[in-house]
Design a protein around this ligand. Structure first.
Ligand code: HEM
Length: 177
């Protein structure tokens, strides 16, 4: 996909572009899918579990889940940037095309979502896991109000992230047509 053949240094072969696109879309599916699964399937059902089981789940499974989603965020951004370089052929005038403008809106939203995930949502999930682990070890004192506040923050952060990602997805798909 070389739209700028005068500069051979930035020529990205079609197959490589397709690999970037595959990696990007796969990672984005895992990010959005993982977020939706956590918010709509896991979250409501954890609340229905017996307290001991919910604490075990929060202490042992949630840290792995958050790491998995963090990896998908990193891969979406990494493959997205590589794909961006490939489809624009390193030509900044590409950003003023309709396709470029749509992708730019998507990138801005994706970056806001990623920053929110790393600064608000993931830390809230980590605090819930830590409090659950402490409760299992009998270290927690008093009612788990802080844990519930963090669980609420994690839920709200996940929902906001899902909404932003759905809009990002719409702009990315629009750019593809
Ligand atoms: C910094 C973040 C991102 C960058 C740099 C980026 C970049 C790109 C680029 C350059 C394309 C190719 C567009 C085209 O062919 O016209 C693309 C396609 C795509 N992106 Fe992203 N993207 C990012 C985040 C995301 C996120 C968060 C999602 C999902 C929620 C996403 C989903 C997609 C999809 C599904 C396509 C394929 C669209 C199609 O061909 O129909 N991207 N992205």
């Amino acid at each position: 996909m070389n739209k700028n053949p005068s500069n051979p240094l930035i020529l990205v072969p079609e197959t490589v572009t397709q690999i970037f696109a595959f990696g990007h879309v796969l990672a984005a599916m895992v990010w959005l899918g993982g977020g939706m699964f956590t918010a709509f399937a896991l979250g409501p059902n954890i609340r229905k579990m017996p307290q001991g089981a919910a604490l075990e789940f929060n202490a042992r499974v949630v840290p792995n889940l958050t790491r998995f989603i963090q990896a998908s965020i990193g891969s979406t951004l990494l493959f997205g940037l590589l794909l961006l370089y490939a489809v624009s052929d390193g030509d900044s005038s590409w950003f003023s095309t309709t396709q470029g403008e749509e992708v730019s809106v998507g990138i801005a939203l994706a970056l806001v979502t990623a920053i929110m995930a790393f600064t608000v949502t993931m830390p809230a999930f980590r605090k819930v896991s830590k409090a659950a682990a402490e409760a299992l070890e009998g270290k927690q004192q008093g009612p788990p109000t802080e844990m519930m506040a963090n669980a609420k923050r994690a839920r709200q952060g996940s929902m906001a992230g899902i909404i932003l990602l759905l809009i990002t997805l719409a702009t990315m798909v629009a750019a593809g047509f």
